[in-house]
Each structure stands twice: as structure tokens, then as C-alpha cells.
Design a protein around this ligand. Structure first.
Ligand code: THU
Length: 134
């Protein structure tokens, strides 16, 4: 267990942008590219609850929309306000698998700066990917 990930300030800033009128549970994501660019993500909820977009996917979709591609990402840092850092939901794990290297670090943190480090592969072992379609 470590304290204060490299991008703690940035991910907390990302979290502050969350739109969460229903759950009030703010999630932030900070995606760093290998060439040094930064993408901020936050959860964006909807009155039609399933339409909600998670913070992790928000940051990834933003980066892809700006022209980044699978293989371009260095790390993602996620933050919540909770006793323990929480980890990406199943849908976000699948999208991480699609767009990020299997060994890309995933840093999960909370307001105290506590950090749990994992990787895409560890979060979705034996995950389905484009390779399975060949
Ligand atoms: N949420 C995320 O943003 N990321 C996750 O991986 C888990 C859940 C959001 C969705 C919803 O706005 C709120 O957290 C409560 O589920």
C-alpha cells in the first residue's frame, strides 16, 4: 500500500467536475498518455440511470476523441471519497482492456491519498479482446 499517487492533485481536480445529482458519489479519473498529455474524466449521471457514464470511460473516450489510440496510454488514476479506494466497474474494465496495454498501471485512491496499484490484466484476467475475434 502506498500513499499519494503521482497524479493525486490532478485526479482530485477531475473528481470535482463530476455531475452526480442522483448518487452524489463523485468519481474522478486522470488518464496520462505516453507523450505526456492529460485527460480528465468524471462520472456524468442521467435521470435515466443506466445512461450514466463512469469517470474512467469518460477520460478514455475523451482521449480517443482527441486522436489518441490503443497503446498511447501510460496510466490511469481513479479517486473516490470513501473509506477505501474503489476499483473500476466491470464495464470500465472491459473498456480499459480494449484501449490500454495489459500491463498499464491502474492507481486507485481516495481522499486520504491511500493508493492501491493494479494493472489492466489484473483487473480483468482472461478478458475478451479483439484477439478473440481472429
Ligand atoms: N462509477 C464510476 O464513475 N466508475 C466506476 O468504475 C464505478 C461507478 C460511478 C457511476 C455512478 O455515477 C456512481 O459511481 C455510483 O455508482
Amino acid at each position: 500500500m502506498a500513499y499519494q499517487p503521482h497524479y493525486f492533485t490532478e485526479v482530485r481536480e477531475a473528481q470535482s467536475r463530476a455531475y452526480v445529482p442522483y448518487s452524489k458519489f463523485k468519481v474522478g479519473a486522470f488518464l496520462k498518455t505516453k507523450d505526456g498529455q492529460s485527460f480528465y474524466g468524471a462520472n456524468v449521471e442521467n435521470a435515466a440511470y443506466p445512461m450514466t457514464i463512469c469517470a474512467e470511460r469518460s477520460s478514455l473516450v475523451s482521449a480517443i476523441s482527441q486522436g489518441y489510440r490503443p497503446g498511447d496510454f501510460e496510466s490511469i488514476t481513479i479517486t473516490v471519497d470513501a473509506d477505501e479506494p474503489s476499483s473500476p466497474c466491470g464495464a470500465c474494465r472491459q473498456v480499459l482492456k480494449e484501449l490500454c496495454d495489459d500491463d498499464m498501471p491502474v492507481y486507485m485512491t481516495n481522499q486520504t491519498g491511500k493508493v492501491i496499484e493494479s494493472t489492466v490484466e489484473q483487473l480483468l484476467p482472461l478478458g475478451f479482446s479483439g484477439k478473440d475475434l481472429n
